[in-house]
Each structure stands twice: as C-alpha cells, then as structure tokens.
Design a binder for this molecule. Sequence first.
Ligand SMILES: NC(=O)c1ccc[n+]([C@@H]2O[C@H](COP(=O)([O-])OP(=O)(O)OC[C@H]3O[C@@H](n4cnc5c(N)ncnc54)[C@H](OP(=O)(O)O)[C@@H]3O)[C@@H](O)[C@H]2O)c1
Length: 319
Amino acid sequence: MKALYFEKFGDRDVLHYGTVQRPKIKSDEILVKTDYIGLNFADIYRRRGEYHIEKHSPYINGYEASGIVVAVGENVTAQKVGETVLFVDVPFANAEYVAVPSERAIRLPENIDSKLAASVGLQGLTADFLAHDLGKNTPNEKVFITGISGGVGQLLSQILIADGLEVYGSASSEEKKALALDHGVRTVFPSRETDWVESIEGQFATVYDGVGSTLQQSLDLLKHRGKVVFFGMAGGNPIKIDPVALMSESKSLLTGDLWDYLTSYQERKNRSERLFSYFERGKIKISEPTIFSLADGKAAHEYLETGKSIGKVLLKPGS
Ligand SMILES: NC(=O)c1ccc[n+]([C@@H]2O[C@H](COP(=O)([O-])OP(=O)(O)OC[C@H]3O[C@@H](n4cnc5c(N)ncnc54)[C@H](OP(=O)(O)O)[C@@H]3O)[C@@H](O)[C@H]2O)c1
C-alpha cells in the first residue's frame, strides 16, 4: 500500500510518499481503507521529533481518518465490513489501510459523511472536551479564544455560542475575522498586534489558548477567579508560570490532552454523539476543508505549519 512516511525527524523535506507493507489485523482489530485523513498540528510536532510518535520503521505519522471497514478480526462485534467509521487516536493513519482497534472506531451516524467526520473528528472532540470538561462555563459568561478561526477555534467558538456564552477571540486576517463574526463571535481582535489587549484586560471568565506564545496575554485578559484553558502551542512555546503570581489574583491554569478523555469505546461513542448533535441541530457551520493528495503531504505540512490554513486540512489517499 502507499503511505506518507519519514525515516528521521526534521523539517518537511524528511517526508516521502511510497510503498510500505499493508498492516495485518489482530483478532480485536478492524482494517480500515482510509477515505480522508486528518492532518493536525500534532503531526507537525511529531515530524519534528517534539511529540510522542509510535515507533515504526519507517515512521508513519497521523492518528485521524475516516474510511470503510474492509475486514474485521474474529473477536470484533462492534463493527461490520462495509460500515463507515472515524478514528482520531490510532497511529499510522497516513496510509491507504490502517489496523484500528475495534474500541477506537467510531461508527458514523447516517447524516455525517466521511469527509465531514474527518474534517471535524479530532478538532471537534478536542473542542468538546475543552468546553465541557475543562471550561464548564455557564450561560452569558464572556470567554476569549486565541486563534479563533483555526480548526479547533471555529468548532469551539460555535459550541460555546450554542451553549449560550458570549464569545470573543483573535485572528490574523480579515478573512479569518469575517468567518468568526459569521459564526456569531462578538468581536475579533488582530492576533498579530497587541495594542488592543489593555482595553479588554480583566474581563473574561475563561480564555482558551491553543497558540501558546500568547499565554501571558491570556492571563491578562482574565478577570479575578478566571481560568486559562491551555491546550497547545501553534504559535510557539508559552512562558513559564509562577503559581504565586496566579494566586494573588485567584487565576487558574487548566490543561488537557484529548487522549486522556478518550479512554474507552463508550467514552468515544458518548463524546462523538454529543459533538455530532451540534451538527444535527444546525449549530455548527464549517468551511470547506483544504484537501491535498496523500502524495502531496509535504505541501500539506507547509500549508498548516505556516498558518495559511483556515479550518481543516485533509489528505486524500489514492488521488
Ligand atoms: N490538547 C489537545 O488535546 C489538543 C488536540 C488538538 C489540537 N490541539 C492544539 O490546538 C491548537 C490548534 O490546533 P488546530 O488544529 O486548530 O490548528 P490550526 O487550525 O492551525 O489553528 C491554529 C491557529 O493558531 C494561530 N496561530 C498563531 N500564531 C501562529 C503561528 N506562528 N503559526 C501558526 N498558527 C498560529 C492561527 O491563527 P491566526 O493566524 O488567526 O492567529 C491558527 O489559525 C494547536 O496548538 C494544537 O496542537 C490540542
């Protein structure tokens, strides 16, 4: 089968597209022929050697894809051949076929197709746990999201708005700003400038920060007793935090990793159903994903890594 792989960590030039061995499934696994593969910021960290990646020779990146079940192991009862599934936490996804533990496969409801599922799976489940496990905001609270028109940002803002919150955020271009405003965000501030920060300091119950380099700014935006929900560093590493300084204003810092919120079949099912319900109720609009052929993985990494993307970047095998 064809796959996107690399032999050593480094910049995007380490990526190659070529033939590798098709995986063999175990008794509790299913074989999925991938339809759309999600590219995520974590895949960039992994390619650079800055984040956990499963040992494999060669390394095959990627943990998220949708596709068709083409074979099932003898102990599998939850899926059948021919069903469409999504997975968001299974290694070696940058390939035409992936061996998926049955408990990690999420069967899609009829009204969610494989392109939509791969477009919103990992980022949507992230937005869901950030909002409902960490943020836990109550209606009418004011919250701020850095990089609000990124993949997670778009989904998180719409979930929070549907939950009754007043949402503000930052973005780097007029196009990204217009998108967020169209989703119901109150005001969008220019993310690569800082002269607006002082005017809204101390106002927010929660700041959701996945940019990282903005952590001090996020803390400044909080009111006393507020919290930063820190979930990534797309813009660079955060500053070191002094808990004593936080305590003096009763501010808190929460963090979380999606993997720790997807620990069983039931949890994946419940969380994905909650996420899909926002689509079923018409509460979330998404921009068309940008689709690269799996063979053009290098260009896809460049597009995501340099902040050009709006919304999801997908890789399409066999194109
Ligand atoms: N904790 C978890 O479990 C978990 C799970 C999934 C993702 N994440 C994290 O969530 C964050 C967002 O992920 P995503 O998939 O939504 O990524 P994304 O679509 O690329 O969005 C990231 C946003 O960060 C902003 N940004 C600011 N400075 C940047 C820079 N120097 N380079 C690139 N982007 C920059 C960009 O917004 P502007 O250009 O508009 O400023 C961009 O839209 C990432 O840090 C990712 O690692 C965490």
